[in-house]
Design a protein around this ligand. Sequence first.
Ligand code: FAD
Ligand code: EPU
Length: 340
Amino acid sequence: MQILTDAPLIAFNTFGLQARAAKLVVLESVNDLPAIPELVRNNPAFFPLGGGSNVLFAEDYQGLILQNALKGKVLTETEDAYHLRVMGGESWPQLVDWTLQEGLGGLENLALIPGTAGAAPIQNIGAYGLEFADRCEYVEYLDLTTGDIQQLNKEECQFGYRDSVFKQALQGKVLITAVGLYLPKPWQAVLAYAPLSQLPENNLTPQTVADCVKSARRSKLPDPKLLGNAGSFFKNPTLSQADFAEISRQYSNVPGYPTTEGQVKIAAAWLIDQAGWKGKKLGAAGVHHQQALVLVNHGQAKAEELLSLARQIRDDVKNKFGVTLTPEVRLIGQTGEISL
Ligand code: FAD
Ligand code: EPU
């Protein structure tokens, strides 16, 4: 295991920010896992990192960053499903493409979501009507206090919208080493969400669904290789029916989606767009011209410019609609997570 000091993080975050880490370890072998708890104890702070596609390094990090590069996957089959065991450092979008090449359906709605398999359970990645939780069999992690390897089943992961036990009770206490996925047989397309709902139902395959998802994503989400970003910067807020009705009275076209808990999820992109922010710039930080929920780095943006832009957007949306936006992107300060 190699420990790099004063390591540049530009290649480890999709915003392309210039932060550095006091120490950086790229974890490539499970043989190194027993040494990790002591390494964590001997450092002032610890941060597990995957592909850096949902983080904003606000400052140089003063502790240890442990980048998960554990690789490997195993496919097994039972009568009712395919089961995949995937190591945490595997690329999520490459995993989805691999399942499609193997003719396996079940993950196609989650095509092109950047990052690692090990980070997928953290915020329960979701898109086009499907969430990680829908395909999760188990999540395996290294307990950083005891050094034990533990497994949680889907219920124990307490998945919610962009939420899980790993953002709550287990936050900062574990390193996810592997995930178990369950792809039910026979394959059934999940088509409730536009534009998938417009697909003709005859002769559908996982690949045709994936192609539709990919083309929808490419039409609005910027490729981080070309324009630094971390996907949706804020979560879609959940409102009571009464609060949503109040906004709808003034703005009849506000997009809202009923939740299973009887509330309404409102489109943050629409709120930001209506507040006039789409395409705006603040220094080298900007709001994407095709998707107002995505903040972008137009070149040499500083973290503070992105944070300042995010604060102004949050405040404007609050003043105009009375709705509080909270970041989906994890904001990382010198020794841990910070708030906006
Ligand atoms: P990182 O950004 O490295 O880490 C994210 C968080 O997880 C951090 O708090 C980190 O500490 C923690 N973490 C990472 N790995 C581990 C581990 N092994 N153990 C413990 N903690 C860990 N998200 C969606 O849900 N849906 C989308 O449609 C979507 N679209 C996106 C589009 C673009 C263009 C981009 C840039 C991002 C998008 N995202 C989306 C966000 C992002 O892809 C997901 O959050 C992804 O799961 C992050 O993976 P990562 O490996 O890059 O995690
Ligand atoms: N809209 C606008 N202006 C815009 C963009 C969108 O008014 O600039 C409107 C759209 O017309 C639509 C609504 O806002 O009515 C929602 O837009 P979209 O379908 O693009 O989805 P989203 O709610 O902005 C969410 C996820 C995405 C995920 C897509 C597809 C969150 C925070 N974001 O975006 O996830 O890919 O749905 O399922 O839930 C991410 O988490 O990083 C991410 C990209």
